[in-house]
Design a protein around this ligand. Structure first.
Ligand code: MN
Ligand code: MN
Length: 296
């Protein structure tokens, strides 16, 4: 079960009202790299996790992400608080109100009118949060890698948000949230490499003929080398050509075994749609061109 502690994980001290900035902060509330997406990602992974250590870690981090959702949501509510009061109590002239709510020139006026200044489950562009932000596949070696990347992306979005505000209190709280994503990335990396077998993902080994091959398909000027193609673990650089493709031999065409009925139907279908390369029929484009020439 969940318990709620009435204190935030980190004290939030916002300097002044700023509805435009509040709207940018929505990115980490209801956006793809935001705290709700992170919490749902780790919570759902934890429920199906078989390893007791990883399960405990995922529940710890999922619950902390919900606590971050509370912190970023509180920042948004504080940044919107003044504008909410002004709008609710109509203390400004209408035009003045509209100007004030537009803040930094983004859609903050929409957020105020539609959501009353509260943190809505949308990103900074107004896109509603959705479960498609969570890409869990149910295999720890794949999910941990995705979690590592998710933490890296969250860290970068926080960094960008820190760079758009001078409010020291907001910067301080965002720096805390950004820092925790670094710590989470470290935990997921440790969890990944503490598995007996983390690469390749899953159980089936790759075909040894192709696992250590780099395929150099972008040829010509600009061709470069590096450890990603000639480092440890790579034994061959293959350049696609007449003598190297298909890599498994054969005629390089796709084939399927069809029943007699299926073959007859496919043949009839192909015949019905066959083109005649010897015909050069008059088309609408030709008629239009003729018409134009006649008019000249
Ligand atoms: Mn977080
Ligand atoms: Mn995190």
């Amino acid at each position: 079960m969940f318990n709620h502690n009435k204190r935030l994980q980190y004290t939030v001290r916002v300097g002044e009202s700023n509805p435009g900035l509040a709207n940018l902060m929505l990115e980490q509330f209801g956006g793809p790299q935001g705290e709700l997406a992170a919490a749902m990602r780790y919570f759902t992974q934890a429920l199906a996790e078989e390893d007791p250590g990883r399960k405990d870690m995922l529940l710890d981090i999922a619950t902390e992400e919900l606590s971050h959702l509370e912190v970023i949501g509180s920042i948004i509510a504080m940044l919107n608080r003044g504008a909410k009061g002004r709008l609710a109590e109509t203390i400004d002239q209408h035009a003045e109100m509209y100007r004030a709510l537009q803040g930094a020139g983004n859609d903050s006026h929409v957020t105020q009118v539609l959501f009353g200044g509260g943190p809505a489950l949308i990103n900074s562009a107004g896109v509603p949060w959705h479960a498609g932000y969570v890409d869990t596949i149910g295999e720890p070696t794949a999910d941990l890698r995705s979690n590592i990347a998710a933490e890296a992306r969250a860290k970068i979005v926080y960094e960008r948000l820190i760079n758009v505000t001078e409010d020291p209190g907001v910067r301080d709280a965002l720096t805390f949230l950004m820092t925790r994503e670094i710590a989470h990335q470290k935990s997921f990396e440790k969890a990944l490499y503490s598995m007996d077998k983390s690469f390749p993902p899953g159980k089936l080994p790759g075909d040894p003929r192709f696992t250590d091959v780099y395929v150099n398909t972008s040829l010509g000027e600009g061709d470069r080398t590096g450890p990603w193609r000639e480092g440890k673990g790579f034994t061959e650089v293959l350049v696609p050509g007449e003598d190297t493709i298909p890599v498994n031999g054969g005629d390089g065409h796709a084939d399927v075994g069809l029943s007699t009925d299926e073959q007859a139907a496919v043949d009839a279908f192909a015949e019905r749609g066959a083109s005649d390369p010897t015909r050069d029929p008059v088309t609408g484009a030709d008629l239009g061109t003729l018409q134009q020439e006649a008019a000249r």
